[in-house]
Design a protein around this ligand. Sequence first.
Ligand SMILES: [Zn+2]
Length: 319
Amino acid sequence: MKKYSIGIDLGGTKILIALVDKSSGEVIGVIKKKTKKEKGPTKIIKKLLEGIEELLDTFQINLNNISSIGIGAAGQIDRNNGIILGAPNLDCFDFKIKEILSEHFSIPIYLGNDLEVAAIGEQKFGAGKNSSDFVCIFVGTGVGSCIVKNGNIMYGNTGTAGEIGHMIVDLNGRPCTCGAHGCLEAYASRSAIETRIEGALKKGRSSCISEYLEEGKSITSGMIKKSIDRNDELVLQCVNEASEYLSGGIASIVNIINPELIILGGGLIDAVDYFYNETVKKARLKSLPIPAKTIKFHKAELGDYSGVIGAAFLEDRIL
Ligand SMILES: [Zn+2]
């Protein structure tokens, strides 16, 4: 077995490219590229090529020592052909990412969904280590999930199962990036909270989050945390609203799938304990009484790295 693999987490805000030790799961080094304002296939490929070369250069590793490149992408994918079919948060559609990267790197390349790789990472080395029956739900730019049942990832008929973010929670609700209306993601993601806060500020509401805002930059999970620590009324209101919706979505999952464990992760969960605690408390109250008694909740343990670690192990598909 070759010692290393490259794991890539391709998200709506950033790309993480990591060198991962295959025997221990340890992240040896990581390169971070922002995607927030620069999206679309051409820009993403450029960042990936630069990032991978930078990683190999920085750690003086030859491609001969790398077993594979695994990518977890935020969107619907064709695993067999390595195509990102539709990723609105990346502005990529029918994007033949594997074919393009194969022209530059002569090692196997695997593509998975971002939550699929996070679940693989958490199952191998994190909060899902002792469970073969769990659902990973990550909240950041969007809301994604991966269902693991009897140790296997539930892919669904077209390989797109687990899109909890597009569970419709309001028939006449807010527009979603997927084209539908009223999806959970439009209410419970960090982006949804950001839109609510910005809208209120424009209407003249005051909030201490204004002190952290920079022109042209978005509201981060860190800013949300700092504002909550200061008991900011507007931010608390927006976060509570998101938590109401997210807990409703989670309760639906608990009722439908009846898993042993829910693993919650992603930037917003990671940074804002208040959001995690409120969501867990409300989700238990909203679930049916029998599953509510036994359902366990756990924060993802690998933090920002669950995706890159899982992506590095996509080649094994051990789950
Ligand atoms: Zn949607």
